[in-house]
Write a protein that binds this ligand. Structure first.
Ligand SMILES: NC(=O)c1ccc[n+]([C@@H]2O[C@H](COP(=O)([O-])OP(=O)(O)OC[C@H]3O[C@@H](n4cnc5c(N)ncnc54)[C@H](OP(=O)(O)O)[C@@H]3O)[C@@H](O)[C@H]2O)c1
Length: 248
């Protein structure tokens, strides 16, 4: 078995156009890994492509679209096909932070389609190759919402609890292989997440962020992902929970 955080490895990061995904793509590339960054925002992906140079390959991919995901992965250039690291990061809570009875059902359906069904969809396309090569590390981005319910987030919490159940059971299903499965559960991270949650209402997003004394940065989360990935092949990090230090 070989170490995975090396220039021989290829990573796919979903939601690489922003926040945690973009920071993770950068940190992986800094460590020599070749990174396939995915998302829907082509302009932001182009900016990341310019930064990563030949260490990056950006593809437009909407995790909700089965045909699109299948085609994008089937059309990967040959040198990029053997994905060793999958960071399932794409996710949102657009239209959230409301009482359940006030949520727009089409918006909450989209949270599940993206955070749960999309994550499982991408994983199902990547796992067969990992099993064939008996090499791989899947990192799912959960949240403290994966194990701590709170009000005004019924569907988002449901989506992250689902990610947690999927991560734990998937790890068991991989137990006869060298494939590792890790979940990263951050508290509040200062990204575009809140702006997306409030559907572009900057004042509302700022007020939410200001109600917290401190927040993690995307780089903080990316470092924890790299920590899990850099362990020797015999060490599996099941879960990392990280929260901002109060009063720091
Ligand atoms: N920020 C926090 O406080 C926090 C805390 C705990 C966990 N998380 C989790 O961390 C992950 C990343 O969020 P973030 O904080 O970095 O927020 P962000 O800056 O808003 O980034 C979200 C990313 O998800 C992508 N995305 C959303 N819908 C997608 C879709 N249908 N298909 C493909 N990509 C999609 C977006 O890309 P495009 O718009 O280009 O598609 C974007 O790159 C999410 O799973 C979130 O639940 C965030």
């Amino acid at each position: 078995m070989t170490d995975i955080l090396t220039s021989n490895s290829i990573a796919m990061v979903t939601g690489a156009s922003s926040g945690i995904g973009a920071a993770t793509a950068r940190q992986l590339a800094e460590r020599g890994v070749r990174v396939i960054g995915t998302g829907r925002n082509s302009a932001r992906l182009a900016e990341l492509a310019a930064e990563l140079g030949d260490r990056g390959l950006m593809i437009e991919l909407d995790v909700r679209n089965e045909a699109g995901v299948a085609a994008a992965l089937a059309e990967l250039p040959a040198p990029w096909r053997d994905i060793d690291i999958l960071v399932n990061n794409a996710g949102h809570d657009a239209g959230g932070w409301r009482l359940f009875q006030d949520i727009d059902r089409s918006e909450s359906n989209d949270v599940i389609d993206t955070n749960v069904t999309g994550l499982i969809r991408v994983t199902s396309h990547i796992v067969p190759g990992m099993i064939e090569r008996n090499k791989g590390h899947i990192v799912n981005i959960g949240s403290i919402s994966s194990f701590t319910p709170y009000p005004k987030s019924a569907v988002y919490c449901a989506s992250k609890f689902a990610v947690d159940g999927f991560t734990q059971s998937l790890r068991m299903d991989m137990s006869d292989t060298a494939i590792r499965v890790t979940q990263i559960d951050p508290g509040v991270v200062l990204t575009g997440f809140q702006l997306s949650r409030y559907k572009g209402d900057q004042a509302a997003a700022d007020a939410f962020v200001d109600s917290y004394p401190t927040g993690l940065t995307p780089d903080d989360v990316a470092r924890s992902i790299c920590f899990a990935l850099e362990q020797p092949p015999g060490v599996m990090i099941d879960r990392i929970v990280l929260e901002p230090t109060q009063g720091a």
